[in-house]
Design a protein. Structure first.
Length: 227
């Protein structure tokens, strides 16, 4: 299905959605983009619910469906049903919108995480576990703005090497010695991430963590090699 026909299909579907489910939806758009999952290369993002900057609390949302992602799946699956997949994606993102508006406390948590990430980038003090308040995109993987954080809990010290799965491949890097927690930004990933890809090495939490105080870690860098 070409872009023009897909847009017409989505427009017809929007007309079938009860009006109360569209309350606070600023726009429903079709984009020609192909959007891959940030970690798994075989997974495509079909749609997104994106908050719109506004003075309203909670803010309105913009729903986007990605025609290029639908095309990729249609090439892989002979039985691909454009209408069924588009309807499922549209209603899924509208559910995200309703949940987003109902949970303003979680929005505050994400905003806080984004602020802490900015402080990290600027070399200012920050909470070393801020990324856990970001968007969980996979098991142990969190996204704050465009940066991805791979959460790794270790017993006492940093291991000799760390590895991550990235777009269907395994990459390894060697962290420098030092105290934990350790932020390790990975260079050389293919394809390159939009933001930074960071492995966070930290001790498993215990009772003594309640009494420990220390300065947050600087972000170290390491070049990856294929696993």
């Amino acid at each position: 299905m070409d872009l023009r026909d897909f847009r017409a299909l989505v427009d017809r579907m929007v007309g079938e959605v009860p009006a109360e489910y569209l309350d606070g939806v600023f726009a429903i758009e079709v984009s020609p983009r192909t959007v891959r999952h940030p970690v798994y290369s075989a997974v495509f993002t079909l749609g997104e619910c994106i908050p719109v900057e506004a003075t309203e609390d909670p803010p309105p949302s913009r729903v986007v469906l990605y025609h290029g992602s639908f095309q990729e799946l249609a090439r892989e699956r002979r039985d691909f049903d454009w209408r069924a997949e588009a309807w499922e994606t549209l209603t899924h993102e509208l559910r995200h919108h309703l949940e987003w508006r109902a949970r303003s406390g979680e929005l505050d948590a994400y905003d806080w995480a984004a602020e802490q990430n900015f402080r990290r980038q600027e070399g200012q003090p920050y909470d070393p576990l801020f990324y856990l308040s970001g968007e969980r995109v996979a098991e142990g993987v969190y996204c704050v703005d465009d940066d991805l954080f791979f959460d790794r809990q270790v017993r006492r010290s940093a291991p000799g090497s760390v590895e991550i799965e990235w777009h269907g491949r395994t990459f390894r890097a060697e962290p420098p010695p030092g105290r934990l927690p350790l932020y390790l930004a990975l260079d050389g990933l293919d394809p390159a991430p939009v933001g930074e890809a960071i492995v966070v090495l930290r001790r498993r939490p215990g009772i003594w963590d309640l009494f420990r105080r220390g300065s947050p870690p600087a972000t170290e860098r390491a070049r990856v090699r294929p696993g």
